[in-house]
Design a protein around this ligand. Structure first.
Ligand SMILES: *[C@@H]1O[C@H](CO)[C@@H](O)[C@H](O)[C@H]1NC(C)=O
Ligand SMILES: *[C@@H]1O[C@H](CO)[C@@H](O)[C@H](O)[C@H]1NC(C)=O
Ligand SMILES: *[C@@H]1O[C@H](CO)[C@@H](O)[C@H](O)[C@H]1NC(C)=O
Ligand SMILES: *[C@@H]1O[C@H](CO)[C@@H](O)[C@H](O)[C@H]1NC(C)=O
Ligand SMILES: *[C@@H]1O[C@H](CO)[C@@H](O)[C@H](O)[C@H]1NC(C)=O
Ligand SMILES: *[C@@H]1O[C@H](CO)[C@@H](O)[C@H](O)[C@H]1NC(C)=O
Ligand SMILES: *[C@@H]1O[C@H](CO)[C@@H](O)[C@H](O)[C@H]1NC(C)=O
Ligand SMILES: *[C@@H]1O[C@H](CO)[C@@H](O)[C@H](O)[C@H]1NC(C)=O
Length: 474
């Protein structure tokens, strides 16, 4: 990499405007260098102030802990929140770190050759209380470890950068999970809570201890261009889990994982019912997924705050257990309604369509057996699937059928060792049209039905990203 002269002031934080002014007075070489090293990237907001992790004592040797460097950098940069915001740049190198907390009006930018390595020293991971909509941890009843990158009660946060890498070094945690040695829930890689205006984009995320990206109780979220990779047998390595979030757009992500590529959630049984915060107005488009034992997109199983208005377009799954799967249970309460998906290309699937009303998995015996989930208005169309074992397994709940199911324009080519029946349906109500192979009697074929897909735009779709530039910083 070409090194350019770098100018800094005593506070180690330089406004872009002052860089431009100083460089303007220097010679042509600097300008050329400047051009060479100029990086442009899209973001919800650009920042006035920049700093490098190395300004705060960061060492990118893969061995030295950078927890303190991140902490002091972000603490310092938080002072610029009301003065144009600030950006922390992680240069090329391997940066070992424990968890750190983000701040508002802030961008974390990874150079393409930057790798964040998550610490495997448990004492470096702060403990957080359980999520109020879950009532307990997912791995253990008690509290939970902080995520590697954590933020709560923030506005306007960007995590991005040229496909740089965040490596959760999850094997330590997967091992403890398998040996049942966890008494706290494993960390997630990125968790943002109670926040507004979030962007997570253009990164490679590998080997999270558990879920990768977990926005919860938040709104106006753009997740774009993530490559998420974990071994297909790693435990609970969900890709992206929008959880009790409003207005979310997930685009152009490529996910290989040991659990659902995207899992849409909203709290668990009596805790989620009480918390009452749905996930709604969610767009998922151009997702590619490989997950042999899980779903491309799961709705639930934690859905007690409700899930509604989900719009899915142009998704591809290869060697994945199912395409979109609804998972729920007696005791969940809540609802999954107004779900729309069009354009699925699938290859090597156990089930194309899968709905499970008996998922079980309760936080504790205190769930209300009268809290029945309402599943209605589920619309799937324009599906081409190859090498499929079962076309559909659709199990509603007796005395609580899943209704308003519409499936149209579907061609499923079943695999050589095809199992019968192709469609296994109980406690569901709906229609189909132009579907091969012929669906179950509970979903009679009608002529010329085109299942609906909304035409209006959600507010999150109108958010335009600005072009930000980083000049002469590396
Ligand atoms: C991050 O903030 C939470 C509270 O919001 C706190 O409990 C936790 O210790 C902080 N994490 C770090 C690494 O400072
Ligand atoms: C964030 O805000 C929520 C809800 O307003 C509050 O309950 C919580 O204590 C705050 N959390 C932190 C870490 O500041
Ligand atoms: C990002 O990096 C991953 C892992 O190396 C790679 O597979 C992917 O193609 C890269 N994405 C882009 C857009 O360069
Ligand atoms: C948590 O588990 C470890 C063993 O994995 C054990 O040493 C420790 O005492 C436990 N802590 C609590 C609070 O139970
Ligand atoms: C980030 O990814 C988007 C596509 O998701 C692409 O259009 C954009 O150019 C990328 N930006 C950078 C800086 O790589
Ligand atoms: C078809 O699916 C089976 C698993 O059901 C898999 O073993 C096989 O490799 C797939 N064939 C092709 C051509 O993808
Ligand atoms: C049916 O689905 C295919 C594959 O997605 C698509 O190309 C075609 O346009 C759809 N047909 C209609 C009538 O919408
Ligand atoms: C159909 O699904 C039911 C559960 O709803 C299951 O008990 C049954 O074994 C399935 N039938 C076949 C033939 O797979």
């Amino acid at each position: 990499m070409k090194l350019c002269p770098r100018v800094r002031n005593s506070s180690y934080v330089i406004g872009v405007i002052s860089i431009v002014l100083i460089l303007g007075s220097l010679n042509v070489n600097v300008v050329e260098c400047n051009k060479l090293d100029s990086i442009e990237y899209p973001a919800i907001n650009c920042r006035k102030h920049n700093a490098l992790l190395t300004d705060f004592g960061g060492v990118g040797d893969g061995k030295t802990s950078n927890t303190k460097a991140f902490e002091s950098a972000i603490s310092k940069l938080s002072q610029y929140a009301s003065d144009g915001g600030a950006q922390l740049i992680v240069p090329p190198g391997k940066w070992l770190t424990g968890p750190f907390n983000l701040t508002s009006h802030f961008t974390l930018f990874l150079h393409k050759e930057a790798v964040l390595l998550a610490s495997q020293i448990e004492s470096e991971w702060p403990q957080l209380p359980v999520l109020p909509s879950y009532g307990r941890g997912r791995d253990a009843p008690g509290g939970r470890f902080s995520s590697l990158i954590f933020g709560a009660n923030l506005t306007d946060v960007v995590i991005t950068g040229q496909n740089g890498t965040i490596d959760g070094q999850g094997s330590y945690w997967w091992d403890k999970f398998h040996k049942q040695q966890l008494n706290l829930t494993r960390p997630y890689m990125i968790e943002i809570m109670y926040s507004d205006q979030i962007q997570i984009s253009n990164l490679t995320l590998v080997n999270s201890p558990s879920w990768f990206v977990h926005p919860i109780y938040s709104s106006n979220i753009i997740i774009q261009g993530l490559t998420i990779l974990a071994p297909v047998d790693s435990p609970n390595t969900d890709g992206i889990d929008p959880d009790s979030c409003t207005n979310t757009r997930i685009e152009d992500c490529y996910i290989v994982s040991g659990d659902d590529c995207v899992a849409v959630k909203s709290g668990w049984d009596q805790y989620g019912i009480k918390f009452r915060k749905p996930t709604e107005h969610l767009i998922i488009r151009r997702l590619t997924c490989i997950s042999p034992d899980s779903a491309m997109i799961a709705l639930g199983s934690e859905m007690s705050g409700g899930i509604q208005d989900v719009r899915v377009e142009d998704i591809v799954a290869i060697n994945t257990e199912s395409a979109i799967r609804i998972k729920t249970a007696i005791g969940r309460g809540g609802y999954v309604k107004n779900i729309f998906a069009k354009g699925m290309t699938l290859n090597t699937m156990k089930y194309v369509f899968w709905m499970t009303g008996s998922y079980g998995s309760h936080p504790d015996p205190g769930f209300d057996p009268k809290a029945l989930p309402q599943i209605t208005g589920i619309n799937y169309k324009d599906v081409v699937a190859k090498n499929v074992t079962y076309s559909a397994r659709l199990d509603g709940i007796s005395n609580d059928p899943f209704t308003g199911i519409c499936i149209s324009n579907v061609t499923i080519q079943v695999s050589e060792q095809q199992k019968k029946p192709q469609w296994n349906c109980t406690d569901i109500v709906g229609v189909t049209s132009n579907v091969i192979p012929n669906p179950c009697p509970l979903l009679p074929q009608k002529e010329k039905i085109n299942c609906p897909f909304p035409n209006d735009k959600l507010p999150i779709d109108n958010v335009q990203l600005k072009t930000c530039s980083l000049e002469n910083v590396f």
